[in-house]
Design a binder for this molecule. Sequence first.
Ligand code: SF4
Ligand code: SF4
Length: 297
Amino acid sequence: MSQDPLTLAQSLESEAISFLAGPGNYNGHPNGVDRAFGEPIFGYAWAADPLWNSLKVAVDAECLSPLAAFLSLYPQGAQAQDLYVMVLVLPQTVKTIKEQNKTTYWPGEGWARSRAAHDKAVHGLARHLQSFLEAKGIEAVVPDLTPTWRTKPSSAYQITSLWSHRHAGFMAGLGTFGLCDGLITKVGKAHRMTSLVVRNPLPVTPRSYADHDFRRDCLWFNSGSCGLCVKRCPAGAITESGHDKLKCSDFLKASTPYIETHWPDLKGAYACGLCQSHVPCAVRTPKVLAKPQPQSV
Ligand code: SF4
Ligand code: SF4
């Protein structure tokens, strides 16, 4: 017997907030109190929404649908109409953003620490919610923590993964994509994300944008302006053509010596995130400019 969708969503959200208030969300700063991530926002999508099929066309034919992700852990059977996707956006903290706004090449300490704490905080939260649901007799899958999940080369996007939390966020009404590939939400794009496929109804979040309008909130696309993420990127990995994931990845790898020198406890860590800070879409959806301006970078 399924649980009431609204009640279940409320209890999942309280559970997430209380997890993030605990030690699972510490970022390892020597002061012992700094958090990796701030207050989350949530969105919900239905697995039988036909728009999921368009991801296979737009992103990669091998992209997992919510049903395929669910079946990878529960192969005994399920139907898409019985599954729902919960998506969580975990914003960087105000302290981290303020510090990161001042950086011009390598990341600030808070950003490096939240990146290093990703598996503990973000995967930890997803696993926690999965166990919380299972204790209620509700099956749930975290798609990027299943044996099926992997990254793969992509002719359109250089590298892609079989499940994208950002695309799940678009499906769940949380936001649209910026020039730099980040998902611009009401709390901006300076965040990390996770998502779960759940076999129980959840209250589907209406999308305020059209199915094809996946760039609605980026000023580059809606006003012909901004382009500040292009200027912020120290690796030249963002251009008018979008985000060069290989250049970005090389720069991330190159950040490790800097991070280890400044914060020796972050052994092997890597981070950047300059394109997600000190830009109009960092912590909110930017307002469309009244007078669109052509932009060159
Ligand atoms: S910084 Fe400007 S151009 Fe880049 S994603 Fe944000 S709004 Fe778009
Ligand atoms: S994370 Fe850093 S290297 Fe990658 S696109 Fe953003 S600014 Fe450029």
